[in-house]
Design a protein. Structure first.
Length: 154
């Protein structure tokens, strides 16, 4: 449980570097996709620690290896916590964006945008939306810490 949470924190540090250093100098859609992959990985580790906590408390018997099944299990176990459910929905949205076909606009400029077609809906990912996604992921990890330990750690 703690190892997964530590992995999530380490992954979040990598996302921080990608956002504030790499993306600043390399304004490409590939860099944006790499950042989304890291955000997904961070949330993966966070959900893994939630599920390990549930398993230790004998709320579940086993943890599935499939990310989709894990997400559904987290929703089921923490059904009374709407905040966790909304973060899991955010996670599923990121996964759909990453898997969708995409195009590029204004690459190598401040307003570089990745345009994805997610189930018939056009989703535009820019540096500003990535900043929001990064903050959302940080808040999810804070919530995981609060859920596991009862209070926020620094």
């Amino acid at each position: 449980m703690e190892e997964a949470l530590n992995n999530a924190v380490q992954e979040l540090k990598r996302v921080d570097h990608l956002f504030y250093v790499s993306l600043k100098y390399t304004r490409t859609v590939d860099m944006m996709r790499h950042m989304i992959e890291r955000l997904i990985s961070t949330i993966d580790f966070g959900t893994e620690s939630l599920l390990k906590h549930a398993k230790e408390n004998k709320l579940i018997a086993s943890i599935p290896s499939n990310a989709g099944l894990r997400s559904e299990l987290v929703k089921k176990v923490y059904h009374d916590n709407q905040e966790i459910i909304s973060y899991i929905n955010f996670y599923m949205k990121l996964r759909k964006i990453l898997r969708a076909d995409h195009s590029k606009r204004e690459e190598y400029r401040r307003h570089v945008t990745m345009i994805s077609n997610v189930g018939g809906e056009i989703v535009e990912v820019s540096i500003d939306t990535l900043k929001e996604d990064y903050e959302t992921t940080k808040n999810f990890i804070k919530l995981v810490k609060k859920t596991l330990y009862g209070e926020e750690e620094s």
